[in-house]
Design a protein around this ligand. Sequence first.
Ligand SMILES: [Zn+2]
Length: 489
Amino acid sequence: MKLQTIRTLTNLATLRKKPVPNFQFECRRYFIAVAAIVLSLHVAFASSGRAAERSWRAGVARTKITPDGSYWMGGYASRKRPSEGTLQDLYAKAIAIDDASGSRVVIVTTDLLVITRDLGEAVKRRAAEKYKLPPSRVLLNCSHTHCGPEIRLYRGSLHNIPTDLARKMHAYVKQLEDKLVKLVGDAIANQKSARLSYAESQAAFAVNRRNNRAADVPRLRKEGKLIGPVDHSVPVLKVTDAEGQVVAILFGYACHNTIMSFYQTSGDYAGFAQQYIEEKHPQAVAMFVMGAGGDQNPEPRRKVEYLHQYGRALADAVETALDAPGREVSGSLRAALAEAPLEFQPHADLGTLQEQTKSSNQYERWKANFVLSELDAGRRISRQYGLPIQAVAFGDDLMMVAIGGECVVDYSVRTKLRYARNGGPAVWVAGYSNDVFGYLPTLRVLQEGGYEGGGHMIYTKFPGPFTDTIEERVFETLDRLVREMGPQP
Ligand SMILES: [Zn+2]
């Protein structure tokens, strides 16, 4: 509408420069032009009035998920003892968004290392029963903080977690599931009229950890010689109520939450970013959406001061985006979810497995023993894996893509290249969503090898590294989802 008004004014300006044929004619043309402005303003106001009437509805809720007392922490295989105190509490937060027709999506963000497949499926199943939300309408994301609880039950035997703490982990996971289901309901119950706007800014502390040695980062950064793909964008969705009060701020970043490896509970940089944003906007819930930061580390790290420094840097980037004019988000909500059929390479042969049971590496022994016990029991190790991929379209203004696993940053870069178009929807890529089973390399990273390429498989129950179909399977599935959602009707 604004554009139309500007065009009309431009026409008027051109008109004024033209020679005047006669007064009456000029008056008539002038009247027509003024009428056009009045009409277009009227249409603009009417449509914004309509937008306000038929606007979004949004509700937020939060719940504390810090485990009680001491617990086994997840994230570093090197951990040898339980947690020791809390630097910062952990939270799960949810936003339930409805479009004008009542079509609904609920996004849940958590200060957790992972969302396991079991947890993700259980929450989605119960949300479907209780709130009539299909699985495609619930998006679960985790910050991947390494200073929170271990919730992958199979890791009890992998890390030799003491029995009492393993039991505590089981109880925590059950409780967590209940909390997340209730959280979804609370967010729905809190819904009221809202406006959404989207903007993007940047934060530069993420470094490609495969391409730069941690010790060299300060020097390389100073010399401008850091290499490897990164995605420094900070996507921000601002949700305001009918009074113009900011009620929710969703923001993303593609970087591991691995500043600290100590034994105190914290949400890492993302926890502090959320805290700082909420201090500045006490009426709002700040929600961190982890991006495709599988191969990205905050560098330098391992000092508590960096928690504050990077938390502040990200919070400041979010403020910049909040202050920007932003893109008003309007239209209908569409969502789609499917599993990309990924394949693993076969496990090692029997001789190698038997050899590995005598390895000095505890994880290699664990893995070999697991595979052998499955084979002894007559079970085959599946070489297929369904990777959940989800897409949510907010009108024609924003498309959020949520990929499972610890997806490396190439997925973010390539998804944007593939779908971001001038004048098309902004594309927001979340990783670590719905099922964080382990690393999701691209073909390049798979072929390069290393930890994210396949080395991490030793900590999982999967047979071998992925096959080289991995990246095309992800994008085939994503293409299908985007087609399924279609353009704004
Ligand atoms: Zn990780």
